[in-house]
Structures are given as structure tokens and as C-alpha cells.
Design a protein around this ligand. Structure first.
Ligand code: F6R
Length: 607
């Protein structure tokens, strides 16, 4: 999604803004621009396409030392130079960059047009700059405070005025904004990755707050100008974590990191002496945990599929009724919040609008919602009633990989805690922990055989449709396998419960439609094998993801990839990792933009 950055300090702003935008590229964008104030005039440069296109039109001698920048992910209006941000007012004095959506932009545009303002772009954002201009009486911060009160919708805004030297103003409602405190320089950004190269001291701006930065100071207020004291927080991760570090792609790096990221998600959270787990952030006493009668999990995309695995586990192993639901659907169906029900909002970025708004709706109705998040300090973990960080480290590739396996880990530990408080014996708890602790090494051994997945990808990359089929715990894995493939390779892929194909999808099967079957040694194995045979009987190519030594499945499939034999509950990890690698290699074969697939955004902050 769109990214914003603002800088104010002693150095030339342009290179800092462009570098910040480069760090925000991972969020997904289709045009970029910067505006620097130089000798009292706005130096505006914007271009559709990637940052290279912007850099090619940037004059080398832009020396102004305060300014703003933006990467746009088009919502209102096509991808054009004019629709790119920043937008400036007709007099060429004010520049703004905006993330979010102005829902009442049409009525504001009409009114401003009647007042003589001329619009040159098709964006909803341009109304903001004209609105600020119409309210400006010599103080940008004051004009912004009035302007945002007339907006319906969401915004993260950064703005400069040519006549207000060394000042950048930011405002937030629903779109993230963070302040970075440097040495005699200040930054504003939509996420910390844009500024971590310069400072690790940050202040998270909340909704309905306004922040003004100067090189050596900042001021945070509410919309009525009341000062707000903000806590300075420290970013714990290192710059190297947002670099490719010798890998060709972030997606490759993040898939390969999983043995250690899964281990990190478990660290200090498993207790062998008591054969249970501990998740401090839950903020729930044993008594409260015991009183939980139902668990509901909300999320979107990959996080939703992790929630589906969790729902299966929590219900079948924890013996607590549990369901997973798309956050985007929960919000609008006037959900009933039941007593003794614990909710989880699961999100890698912690900023996904669908999940955040659904969480707020549930909280308004009295629900206790815990977050399972990766990005520290993001809105969902800050607004939730407790929760767990999965500690995957920054996930830069748009396609989520390592966050999925770490989200699973948090839920596996939660399942263990709940099960041990109810029916699970010490012995069973110990087995569960032993099995979970083996996962990182098993994942490592799978990743060591990535060549075989590259071969499979090369063989099947030119098919236009692929089905992914699994059952039980591996049904959501099939869904996530299909999502990964379609995201990064643009091949049409669908996931189904293997049992469902006879209810419709089998009509798609022919020589041109391969099916990836996930087959383990669980109680549904024979049924899945029958489904494989049904596909083979219709000449559908079959790729089996199976367990080492499973000669029966290997004999039926055209191709296979075998994972180490494991505790039956651990296969979602072991089956998911090769599917991620398969998608990655398929994208490579097809020459796709692996880390920033077309049309996609990393952090989806609009509905
Ligand atoms: C898939 C992907 C998306 C996200 C979804 C939710 O690879 O990246 O489907 O999983 O947008 O994002 P988070 O987890 O940040 O809430």
C-alpha cells in the first residue's frame, strides 16, 4: 500500500526521501514522488512506475533540507504522473502526501470547485491540499487540524508549506504514522522500515493526533491543539534484517529463515517441567483461561489461513469450540459477542484495515480481542487487549511466508496451554513439546532439498491452472499453497479440501490441470489417496507432497516431494514450507517480480 515519508534536518532532503521510499517499496506501489522546499519554492517531482523512473527525472542539484515523499498504490484514478503524490495547491505553496481514502471527496471537490479551486488529478487526495489552502491563515498545522475535521475516511498525511521553513506536519486517522527522532533531524513515515537506517527512537502517532517536526524538536497535539505527551519507543531490530543480505530476493531469504524464525517464536514459551506453554502477553490468569468456552479468530489472506489451522487445532486438541472467520466479513454482519469467548485478531503487519476494523467492532460489543502480530508497535497490537508477538523479524516480500509458520507456532503453544488445563496429560504435553521442538530441524532439512522443488517448478510452471488439495489440518495449507502460487507466479491456482473435488472442481481436471495433493499418514490418508486416483483416472497430472518412505503415494503420483516423518499435528509446517519454495521457483521460471508482485500491497490499510 502507499508509503509516506517526511524529513526535516540539516541534510539535503531529496536523497533521504528517495532512500526512505526505497525501503517502503515492499509495501507495493505503482508511482512515486517527492516534494522538497528549496529557497521558498516547492520542488516537485513525481512519476508513474517504480522508483527508478522517479530517480531518472530527479535533477541532481535539489538541495532543500525539508520535504515529503510518497509511493502510491492507486485507488482513485489511474496510474499516471499527475495522479502520483505529492499534490500541491494552485498557488504552489502547500504540498501533501496522503495514505488512506477520503470517502467524502466528491462533495468536497464540488464545494472547492465552486469556490474556484482547479483540480488536475483524479485522486481523492487532491481535495486535502485545496482544503488546507482554503483554511490557511499563516499556520500549516492549524489549517491541517481544521481540514482533517472535514474529512470522512482514513488518512495518514504529511505536508509542507513553502513559507514555513524547516517544518513538516503530519496527521493520522486510520493510516499509520510514526515519528523518528534523530540527531538534529526528524522523520515522519508510514512505517519504521523507512527510517530505521537513521534512528531507532520512534513515537507512534495515534488517530486524531497531529505532529509537527522541526530539525531539533517535535510537538504532538490533538485536533483541539491540546499537547499530548508521547512515549518514545525503541526499535529492536537491525538494519540488516531489512536488507537482502546476499540473497536474490526477500521472499527467498524469508522462506530460508524459517528454521530460526519458528525457533524464535517458541523461545521461552515452552516449559518441559510442566509440559505446558506460557504466553505472557495473553494477560489472562489461569482462572480466566479456564473459563473460556469458545475461541474465535479473525484475519485476512495468509493470516486467515493460519487462523484456520489454529481453529482446527484448538478445537480438536484443545477441545474448545473454535472457528476462524475472514475479518472483512465479521465486521459487517453485526457479530454476536458471546460470554466467555476469547477472540484473536491475527495479522503480520498489524495494520490490515479489514482486521483492525473488525477488531474494533468486536471490542465495541464488549469482546476481549488478543492480537497475534509480527510488526511491533503496529495498530492492532497497540489496540488489542493483549496478545503475542511472533518475532519473525521484518517481513519485506509482499507474499507472506515466515510470518505464517510463526503465527502457527503462537497458536500451537496456545493450544498446548488450553489442552493441558483441560484433558491433556503430562505425557501427551511432553510429546507435543518434543514434536514442536523438532520442527525447525525438519524445516531445515526440507529447505536443504530446495533443488528438487526448483525442478518441479520448472516442469509445471507452464500450466495455466493448478489445484491444491488437502484435508484436515492440511486443508488450510492447500488454500495457502494456492494463494502463494497465484500471488507470485500469476498462475490461476485454487485450494480445496480433497473431499470437495467430487462436488464440482473435478470438472476442471484434464491433462492440462495439475493437482498438488498433500498426503500424510493421518486418519484421512486413504480417502485422500482415493481422490488422487480419481484425478489420475481423468488424466490429471498429480504432484504429491507426501511423507518420506510413502511408496504407495509415490507410485500413484507423477511427481512427488517427500517431507520427514513427523508427529501428525506438525505437518502444516512441513507441507507449507515446500509449497512456499515451489511458488517462489515457479515465479522465477516465469520471470515474475517475486518480491513485489503486480497489483499487490504488503500492508493493506484500506478496505
Ligand atoms: C499473502 C499476503 C496477504 C496478507 C493479508 C493479511 O501472501 O501477504 O494475503 O496475508 O493481506 O495481512 P496481515 O497478515 O498483515 O494482516
Amino acid at each position: 500500500m502507499c508509503g509516506i515519508i517526511g524529513y526535516c534536518g540539516p541534510k539535503p532532503a531529496a536523497p533521504i526521501l528517495v532512500e526512505g521510499l526505497r525501503r517502503l517499496e515492499y509495501r507495493g506501489y505503482d508511482s512515486a514522488g517527492i516534494c522538497v522546499v528549496e529557497n521558498g519554492h516547492l520542488e516537485l517531482h513525481k512519476k508513474k512506475g517504480k522508483l527508478a523512473a522517479l530517480s531518472s527525472v530527479l535533477p541532481p542539484n535539489v538541495v532543500g533540507n525539508y520535504g515529503i515523499g510518497h509511493t502510491r498504490w492507486a485507488t482513485h484514478g489511474e496510474v499516471t504522473d499527475i495522479n502520483a503524490h505529492p499534490h500541491i495547491d494552485g498557488a504552489g505553496k502547500i504540498a501533501i502526501a496522503h495514505n488512506g481514502i477520503v470517502e467524502n471527496h466528491e462533495s468536497l471537490r464540488e464545494k472547492l470547485t465552486d469556490d474556484g479551486y482547479v483540480f488536475i488529478s483524479e485522486t481523492d487526495s487532491e481535495v486535502i491540499v485545496h482544503l488546507i489552502h482554503s483554511l490557511y491563515e499563516g499556520d500549516l498545522e492549524a489549517a491541517i487540524k481544521q481540514a482533517v475535521q472535514l474529512l470522512t475516511g482514513t488518512y495518514g498525511i504529511v505536508a509542507v508549506h513553502a513559507d514555513e521553513p524547516n517544518r513538516v506536519v503530519g496527521a493520522r486517522n486510520g493510516s499509520p504514522l510514526v515519528l523518528g527522532i534523530g540527531d538534529d533531524e526528524m522523520f515522519l513515515a508510514s512505517d519504521v522500515t523507512a527510517i530505521v537506517a537513521h534512528t531507532k527512537q520512534v513515537v507512534y502517532i495515534e488517530d486524531h493526533e497531529v505532529v509537527t517536526i522541526t530539525p531539533d524538536d517535535y510537538r504532538t497535539t490533538d485536533l483541539t491543539d491540546r499537547p499530548i505527551d508521547k512515549k518514545i519507543e525503541f526499535i529492536s531490530w537491525e538494519l540488516a534484517e531489512i536488507e537482502k543480505d546476499g540473497y536474490t530476493h526477500f521472499m527467498q531469504k524469508e522462506i530460508l529463515e524459517q528454521a530460526s524464525s519458528i525457533k524464535r517464536a517458541m523461545q521461552g514459551r515452552l516449559n518441559k517441567e510442566t509440559a505446558t506453554g506460557h504466553l505472557g502477553g495473553l494477560n489472562l490468569s489461569s482462572k480466566e483461561l479456564l473459563e473460556i468456552e469458545r475461541v474465535k479468530i479473525i484475519g485476512a489472506g495468509t493470516s486467515f489461513y493460519a487462523a484456520m489451522v489454529a481453529a482446527y487445532l484448538i478445537e480438536s486438541i484443545g477441545r474448545i469450540p473454535c472457528s476462524a472467520e475472514l475479518a472483512s466479513e465479521v465486521r459487517y454482519r453485526n457479530p454476536v459477542v458471546e460470554r466467555n469467548t476469547l477472540y484473536f485478531a491475527v495479522s503480520q503487519s498489524g495494520e490490515t484495515a479489514d482486521t483492525l476494523y473488525a477488531m474494533r467492532e468486536l471490542q465495541r460489543k464488549g469482546a476481549r480481542v488478543l492480537g497475534i502480530c509480527n510488526a511491533v508497535g503496529a495498530t492492532i497490537p497497540r489496540e488489542s487487549d493483549g496478545g503475542v508477538y511472533i518475532h519473525s523479524g521484518p517481513e519485506i516480500a509482499v507474499a507472506s511466508t515466515k510470518a505464517f509458520t510463526s503465527q502457527l507456532t503462537a497458536f500451537y503453544i496456545f493450544t498446548l496451554i488450553m489442552a493441558r488445563m483441560r484433558h491433556m496429560s503430562f505425557e501427551e504435553g511432553s510429546n507435543f513439546i518434543r514434536a514442536l521442538e523438532k520442527v525447525p530441524d525438519q524445516v531445515e532439512s526440507i529447505l536443504a532439498r530446495s533443488d528438487k522443488l526448483a525442478e518441479l517448478a520448472a516442469k509445471y510452471a507452464h500450466f495455466n491452472n493448478v489445484l491444491f488439495l488437502g484435508r484436515g489440518l492440511n486443508y488450510p495449507v492447500a488454500l495457502e499453497g494456492a494463494l502463494k502460487l497465484k500471488e507470485v507466479s500469476y498462475i490461476h491456482a485454487e485450494g480445496y479440501s480433497a473431499a470437495e473435488i467430487k462436488h464440482g472442481p473435478i470438472a476442471l481436471i484434464n491433462e492440462q490441470t495439475p493437482s498438488v495433493f498433500i498426503v500424510t499418514n493421518d486418519s484421512l490418508r486413504e480417502k485422500v489417496i482415493s481422490n488422487m486416483k480419481e484425478v489420475k483416472a481423468r488424466r490429471g497430472p498429480v504432484i504429491a507432497l507426501c511423507v518420506e518412505g510413502d511408496t504407495e503415494v509415490m507410485a500413484i503420483a507423477d511427481d512427488h516431494f517427500a517431507v520427514p516423518s513427523a508427529h501428525e499435528l506438525m505437518y502444516p509446517y512441513l507441507m507449507m514450507v515446500p509449497l512456499q519454495m515451489y511458488a517462489y521457483h515457479t515465479a522465477l521460471v516465469l520471470g515474475r517480480d517475486v518480491d513485489q508482485p503486480r497489483n499487490l500491497a504488503k500492508s493493506v490499510t484500506v478496505e
